[in-house]
Write a protein that binds this ligand. Sequence first.
Ligand code: ZN
Length: 162
Amino acid sequence: MSLKVHITTEGSDVTIAFEGILDETSRLPELSEPVKGELRLDLEKLTLINSMGIHKWITWMRHRTNMQGSMVLVNCRPVVINQINILRGFLPDYARVDSFFVPYSCENCGFDEKLLLKRGVEYDDQRQVQFATEKACPSCGGVLGLDIMHDRYFKFMNRKSA
Ligand SMILES: [Zn+2]
């Protein structure tokens, strides 16, 4: 399975949706002209990133620094958030995360789901993220808890631009 890329343009804004696996075979899109508005990278369907894919991504990000507008990452899955936390270059200082998922799972029955946290709703630059870290499991009525290491996962939010 390779990486699929869908590019949509709306006025001066451009959305690039990534789908599949980012690895050494992936082709990241060349943009014919600098984005004047907002460049949105939709990562909801980016399911896996390997080490060669990370290298490609960082190189690609470096070439976006001549943009005139802003860059935001939306619908980031844990695979993306983990890389942002580990590798500084994965999310350049000029880019920010506008929405990301937190995964929950039930220790009792194995049910899992994810919740999308959005900038300006559950978090912003001034305050820490606010959301329920536990809720009732819709499957067995037990406790649905966070399926991540809380402090480690939200580390990226402490960056000045994150
Ligand atoms: Zn359960």
